[in-house]
Design a protein around this ligand. Structure first.
Ligand code: BTN
Length: 247
């Protein structure tokens, strides 16, 4: 990871650029980083705020020899890589919130968006999109956000060195990807669970076509959340929004 790094001053979305490069044959490990994005993509069709100069917006092309169903496991890698990087580059303690949010002091500091190109049996490539709010000020966050958000600077009071942060992140991703190819997702998922902010917690789950309350039991090998519903059934949640009910 990071054998080839393309740095752009401004682009629409690093994910879109990396996706196009991958379609045109970019080697595995190619990274696209931008100073700002005019159309940063968030989950569920949302927009990812991307002011210039303050944050990290990057996308990584991977070509893992796995099935499209297994590709969602790569989210464990980027989540754990970002959490480890925050630990190495700041004094903060990151927490993970399913499916792919990274929180500091209960507020979101990073978002991940994987996009895939695949046939029925195998993955052609996956683009791991990673956005981390490093030095953005609260005023720049705007008031339209659905969930409380912050930046590492707001949370710690100390500016983060962008290049050092990016370098550490790519180093962590590289090590985790090597491990994933050899040992599979299990050890990385174990670290994910350990760092997770919601294991054992009471939550409200919105699956898009309904809402229920329950207690989080864990996460399965494909990244689905396992929730013991108050109604009694053990629910497997593939996608949706989860909110903590207590504290
Ligand atoms: C989320 O909604 O939580 C996911 C946000 C992902 C944002 C990153 S920034 C770099 C990459 N390029 C994009 O357009 N999106 C991802």
């Amino acid at each position: 990871v990071g054998g080839r790094v393309v740095c752009l001053k401004e682009t629409d979305s690093t994910n879109a650029v990396a996706f196009k490069m991958a379609e045109e044959g970019a080697v595995e490990g190619t990274v696209v980083i931008a100073d700002t994005q005019s159309a940063g993509k968030g989950r569920l069709g949302r927009i990812w705020l991307s002011p210039p100069g303050v944050n990290l917006y990057c996308s990584v092309v991977l070509r893992p020899p796995i099935s499209p169903v297994a590709a969602c496991q790569l989210t464990f890698l980027s989540v754990v890589a970002v959490a480890r990087t925050i630990e190495r580059e700041t004094t903060l303690i990151p927490q993970i919130k399913w499916p792919n949010d990274i929180l500091v002091a209960g507020k979101k500091v990073a978002g991940l968006l994987n996009e895939m190109n695949a046939e029925t049996e195998k993955v052609n490539f996956v683009v791991l999109g990673i956005g981390v709010n490093l030095n953005m000020r609260l005023e720049q966050l705007g008031s339209t956000l659905r969930h409380p958000a912050t930046s590492l600077l707001e949370a710690s009071g100390t500016p983060v060195r962008r290049i050092a942060f990016a370098r550490t992140l790519l180093e962590e991703l590289d090590g985790l990807y090597d491990r994933f190819l050899i040992e599979g997702e299990a050890p990385i998922r174990a670290e994910w669970l350990e760092r997770s902010a919601i294991g054992g917690r009471r939550v409200k789950v919105n699956t898009g076509n309904g809402e229920f309350r329950g207690t989080v039991q864990g996460v399965d090998a494909f990244g689905a959340l396992l929730v013991q519903s108050d109604q009694g059934a053990l629910e497997t949640v593939l996608s949706g929004d989860v909110a903590l009910l207590d504290g």
